[in-house]
Design a protein. Structure first.
Length: 379
């Protein structure tokens, strides 16, 4: 195991930033490289951290409120605890941390401070953009330091993918071997218009796997639909008994209402559903694009959460990986269309270089245990 930690900076307020960091941690460990996942909420002022869960449920219940709040997003620096931040930076300096991946732009003020306070000649920081265009957390901070490498998994401006971030090493399930069910959800916080689509889809005879986010979401269960719940009490910034951050506890809601939450995989439990699904019906968040490409599961995209998610959906449609809900409904909910999208995803998945392979090749070539893949230029 490499003695040098790769520091993975993410936010529990966005599972699209949190989950890739945890996946990266597991996969780096598999390659013999140590890592340290740091969740932004753990250095927030206590009252600000306590507000996150309340805000999450408010946004889940009111998509318009979520959209309005996104437009009013501002610099997070006043919400950061100065003592906790100083302690964190002192730890990094003492350990001479040099390798970072940032999955949330709200970490940039702290990263820039670290660069200012240390000899930054050897420091390398990957800015991992999980959306196809600049999202809210990246817009308001300086990203020009030469230590930063902008990493775009999907790029709307260039209309292309740079490489793949695999959720697991499992190959995609053939389309004709899938469950003939659709996963429908609202991203990590359960926001968007997905709940309003359920009655029409059920009327069409489409079998759904519905992700719920609180008990009231499952009060009107529909026939032939399965419900799954992310443990509403789980907080991403809290560690488990072993001192590790964990994937969301997730389980199926049984007919008697019982739920057995699990999170024992080296990736989110929901990914097992995604691999078997005929399609994902969701707003086009970056984490959903990652799932779609990794599992070669087509995306039927709903109303986006902001302009950058709109660009995510447009890119997926442009590349032949997804279709808007409206166009899919107009096609008569065609499975043939979705199978073609699946084949496009499968072909792209097979041809793209893997991000973590490139990362290890670049910074830890002595740890490579698989054939090297040369990454196309990252801009």
């Amino acid at each position: 195991m490499s003695q040098e930690n790769v520091t993975l900076l993410c936010s529990g307020a966005s599972l699209g930033a949190y989950i890739p960091a945890l996946i990266a941690s597991h996969q780096l460990s598999d390659r013999g490289i140590a890592s340290d996942v740091v969740v932004l909420e753990n250095i927030l002022l206590e009252n600000k951290r306590n507000n996150v869960s309340e805000t999450k449920f408010a946004f889940h219940r009111n998509f318009s409120l979520a959209l309005m709040a996104q437009k009013l997003a501002k610099d997070i620096t006043p919400s950061i605890d100065p003592d906790l931040t100083s302690h964190l930076l002192a730890t990094w300096k003492h350990q001479e941390r040099k390798r970072f991946m940032i999955f949330s732009g709200f970490w940039l003020p702290i990263a820039n401070r670290y660069l200012q306070e240390t000899d930054s000649e050897d420091i390398a920081i990957d800015l991992c953009h999980m959306d196809a265009s600049v999202s809210t957390s990246w817009k308001m901070y300086d990203t020009t330091h030469p230590a930063f490498r902008h990493v775009w998994f999907f790029n709307w401006e260039d209309k292309r993918l740079s490489y793949i971030f695999c959720v697991s090493d499992d190959e995609p399930v053939s389309y004709n071997q899938r469950s003939n069910r659709f996963l429908i959800h609202g991203g990590g916080w359960g926001v968007g218009t997905y709940k309003s689509k359920v009655p029409k889809l059920v009327h069409q005879g489409i079998k759904l796997d519905i992700i719920a986010y609180e008990q009231q979401d499952i009060e009107n269960k529909t026939e032939h639909s399965r419900y799954f719940l992310i443990d509403p009490t789980w907080k991403p910034w809290e560690k488990n008994a072993q001192g590790h951050h964990q994937f969301p506890p997730f389980g199926e809601v049984k007919d008697d209402g019982n739920i057995t939450f699990q999170n024992s995989q080296p990736y989110p439990e929901v990914y097992n559903l995604i691999r078997q699904s005929s399609g994902i019906i969701s707003k086009p968040g970056g984490g959903t694009l990652l799932d779609s490409l990794s599992a070669a599961t087509p995306l039927v995209w709903l109303a986006p959460y902001g302009d950058y998610e709109k660009n995510n959906g447009l890119l997926w449609e442009y590349l032949g990986f997804g279709i808007s809900y409206e166009k899919w409904a107009d096609s008569g909910y065609s499975l043939d269309i979705l199978e073609r999208l699946h084949l496009n995803l499968k072909q792209a998945r097979a041809s793209l270089p893997r991000y973590l392979t490139n990362y290890v090749e670049t910074y830890y070539p002595e740890m490579i245990t698989e054939p090297l893949i040369v990454l196309s230029e990252v801009t």
